[in-house]
Design a protein. Structure first.
Length: 171
């Protein structure tokens, strides 16, 4: 059984994961209209990952005697300045989510909820991977700069750069 505090904090995290999924979906859709189908594919996959993170939390809260709340979400932007800007946003967003996960872990320790603490370790590891991935993509974009040929190759190759297998969706 989760305590009220843990339940509220987990529901907040459900909202974060849902908002991440929606944000990345908006990015994917805009990028697709710019003709960068590889970058779009990557971002659609990231959006799916975030939805899976949300679902995993929804099921956990319900299984532990709480009630998962499905949140209303703010409409994400329709347009973005550039691909570079998008990945800067992805990194910023992932750092924010990592901080939220850490806060959640702290609440579990205070509430002596070691089961949820254990459950959250998967998210802790996932955030490390996701931040590293966003940094890796940003490093590549810096190298490319304004080189259009470089962007062509980046778009072609990005779908094959993804989070390692053990952190992917089947969990
Ligand atoms: Fe849900 O993993 Fe990032 O945000």
């Amino acid at each position: 059984m989760v305590t009220n505090k843990v339940e509220t904090a987990l529901n907040k995290q459900i909202e974060f994961e849902a908002a991440s999924s929606q944000y990345y979906l908006a990015m994917a859709s805009w990028v697709e209209t710019q003709g960068l189908t590889g970058v779009a594919e990557f971002l659609y996959a990231q959006s799916d990952e975030e939805r899976m993170h949300m679902l995993k939390l929804v099921k956990y809260v319900n299984e532990r005697g709480g009630q998962a709340v499905i949140p209303a979400l703010k409409e994400p932007p329709k347009k973005f300045k550039s691909i570079q800007f998008i990945f800067e946003e992805v990194l910023k967003h992932e750092v924010l989510v990592s901080n939220e996960i850490n806060r959640l872990v702290e609440i579990c320790l205070k509430e002596k909820d070691y089961t949820t603490h254990n459950f959250l370790q998967w998210y802790v590891a996932e955030q490390i991977e996701e931040e590293a991935l966003a940094r890796k993509v940003l490093d590549k974009l810096k190298l490319i700069g304004d080189d259009r040929g470089g962007m062509y190759l980046f778009d072609r190759d990005l779908p094959s750069i993804s989070v390692p297998a053990q952190t992917r969706s089947k969990n």
